[in-house]
Each structure stands twice: as structure tokens, then as C-alpha cells.
Design a binder for this molecule. Structure first.
Ligand SMILES: NC(=O)c1ccc[n+]([C@@H]2O[C@H](COP(=O)([O-])OP(=O)(O)OC[C@H]3O[C@@H](n4cnc5c(N)ncnc54)[C@H](OP(=O)(O)O)[C@@H]3O)[C@@H](O)[C@H]2O)c1
Length: 264
């Protein structure tokens, strides 16, 4: 197993599939002639700049051509993927499908389960993954290289961690968007013009996140530092924490976690 392997992406024209496929091509991790993608309708053509990419409609043909098979259809579309992977390495991006279930349905013991998020589109995804024991060290290195094309990839020691991260990082922009929506609504209620409110909220969330990333420290330290500073922000933080901010966030993550495991 090497980077000369042919990679086949089932659902390779969809949101996640094309983010991964295009990231692999743009960063020269996989040459176009070694990429095969499938979709039922073949609609759209995100690979038009790489004519050597093979696009097929028959997943069995993809399985024949590929050494590594990436499953990137929606969970509710999994039933329509009727393949026998013949023990080839299969990387599943599906939420709500365990390694055991994927292994059974694609006839391979060599399964990696990975959880992207929508920031793969801008190559800033957090992409944790878990491999079943038969996956070799060389295959694990290949998986890490493939998934890191979309952002930060991280092998996990326990599949249960992936269930929780499905709820957390798998949500991608969802929770920042919820916070932005709430701040925006409040700014508008307070009479701030729409365009200024949007600009202020976006720059606060994006600038604040970039600063936290640059500091590379526990964000809780920043919260404590700002509370200790005793400025206006301290009043806001205290009121939010006293009002049950942690409980609301934990309650939401628990609900998403339950949904991520509900089919098992
Ligand atoms: N989007 C996210 O933010 C996100 C985050 C975390 C995890 N995921 C996971 O990523 C996976 C893909 O999601 P997505 O958002 O990329 O979905 P999507 O945009 O709907 O893409 C799914 C693709 O699968 C193709 N497809 C469906 N059935 C097929 C079949 N039998 N054979 C070949 N192709 C088939 C569809 O094309 P045709 O209709 O032409 O066949 C479509 O292009 C999901 O399992 C999801 O749980 C997504």
C-alpha cells in the first residue's frame, strides 16, 4: 500500500467527496490518473480541470479499479451501495455507521471510519479517524496523508471517541453559526444597523478564533484571564456562565452524540 495506490471515492461528486478529491489533486497527493470517482447521476463536473480522473456510475467498476475505497454517500444512501470490497481498505466518512456495520456491508475487515466536517471545503477540517486492527501501519500512514489534505487529521485510539467527535467537530460551522446568529439577533434588537452588526459579529468570531489558534493554549485560560481583568467582558462572561451557558452547550452536544449513535 503506497501513495501510488488508486483511490476510489464513492459519492466523489458530493460535498465531502469532492472536497477530498479536489484536495488530493490540488496538493498532488494523488495524481489524476489514480483517482476514480462514482456517482449515480454523474451530474456536475467538479473534476473538469483534471480530465484524467475517471468518473464511473457503477460502484463495482470503481471497486475493480481502486486499491482504496472511500465511502462518501449520505447514511440514508448507504443501502444503495452494493459492493464487495474483497478485503480492500475502505475509508468510510458516514456518520452513524460503525466500523462493524461498514465491514459487514462492504465485505472487508480493513475499515477506517473517519469524520470530516464542512471546513474540508477550505482545507481546514478537523478529520479524526479510527482504524480496525487488520489495517496495517503502511495503510494508516496512507490514510493520514489522504485525510490531512483536507485539514488536520488525527488517528483515534478508540472508536467511541469518534462517536462523540461526530457530534462535536463533525458539526463544522454549525455551533459557531448558532453563536453568531444569537449575537446578531441581539445586536439588531439593540438598534445596530444590519451590515454593521454582521461585520462586527463575523470579525469578532473569526478574529477571536484566529487569535485562540495562534496562542495555542487552553481557551479556558483566556476566559479566566478576561474574568480576572474585571472589564466589561468579565460582566458578560459571568452572566453567561451563571445563566447556564455550559449546561446548554453540554445538553446540545449530548443530544447530537445520542443522534450519532441512535441507529445502533
Ligand atoms: N457535509 C458535511 O458537513 C459532513 C460532515 C460530516 C460528515 N459527513 C458525512 O459525509 C458523507 C457524505 O455527505 P455529503 O454532505 O458529502 O453528501 P452529499 O453532498 O449529498 O454527497 C453524497 C454523494 O453521494 C452520491 N451517491 C449517493 N448514492 C450513491 C451511490 N449508490 N453510488 C454512488 N454515488 C452515490 C450522490 O450523487 P448522486 O445523487 O449523483 O448519486 C452525492 O454526490 C455522509 O455520510 C455524511 O455523514 C458530511
Amino acid at each position: 500500500m503506497s501513495q501510488a495506490s488508486v483511490i476510489g471515492i464513492i459519492g466523489g461528486q458530493g460535498w465531502m467527496g469532492r472536497s477530498l478529491g479536489l484536495a488530493l489533486l490540488e496538493q498532488d497527493i494523488v495524481p489524476a490518473r489514480q483517482l476514480v470517482i462514482s456517482s449515480r447521476t454523474g451530474s456536475g463536473d467538479p473534476y473538469r480541470d483534471w480530465p484524467e480522473v475517471r468518473c464511473v456510475q457503477d460502484n463495482r467498476e470503481l471497486v475493480e479499479l481502486a486499491d482504496v475505497i472511500v465511502l462518501s454517500v449520505r447514511p440514508q444512501e448507504f443501502d444503495g451501495v452494493d459492493i464487495d470490497a474483497g478485503d480492500k481498505l475502505v475509508i468510510s466518512l458516514l456518520a452513524m455507521a460503525s466500523c462493524q456495520e461498514v465491514a459487514r456491508r462492504v465485505a472487508s475487515r480493513r475499515v477506517v471510519r473517519a469524520m470530516p466536517n464542512a471546513a474540508a471545503e477550505i482545507r481546514r477540517a478537523y478529520f479524526p479517524w479510527f482504524a480496525t486492527p487488520p489495517v496495517t501501519d503502511a495503510e494508516r500512514r496512507l490514510v493520514q496523508a489522504l485525510l490531512a489534505s483536507c485539514g488536520t487529521a488525527r488517528e483515534l485510539p478508540d472508536e467511541r471517541d469518534l462517536d462523540f467527535l461526530t457530534a462535536l467537530s463533525g458539526a463544522g460551522p454549525a455551533y459557531p453559526a448558532l453563536l453568531a446568529q444569537s449575537m446578531l439577533g441581539h445586536a439588531r434588537q439593540r438598534g445596530i444597523a444590519d451590515d454593521i452588526a454582521l461585520e462586527a459579529v463575523m470579525q469578532t468570531l473569526v478574529g477571536g478564533s484566529l487569535l485562540l489558534e495562534k496562542l495555542d493554549a487552553d481557551p479556558g485560560d483566556m476566559v479566566q484571564r478576561l474574568i480576572a481583568y474585571e472589564g466589561t467582558t468579565a460582566a458578560g462572561l459571568r452572566a453567561m456562565l451563571d445563566g447556564g451557558f455550559d449546561e446548554v452547550v453540554h445538553h446540545g452536544l449530548d443530544a447530537a452524540h445520542r443522534a450519532a449513535t441512535s441507529s445502533r
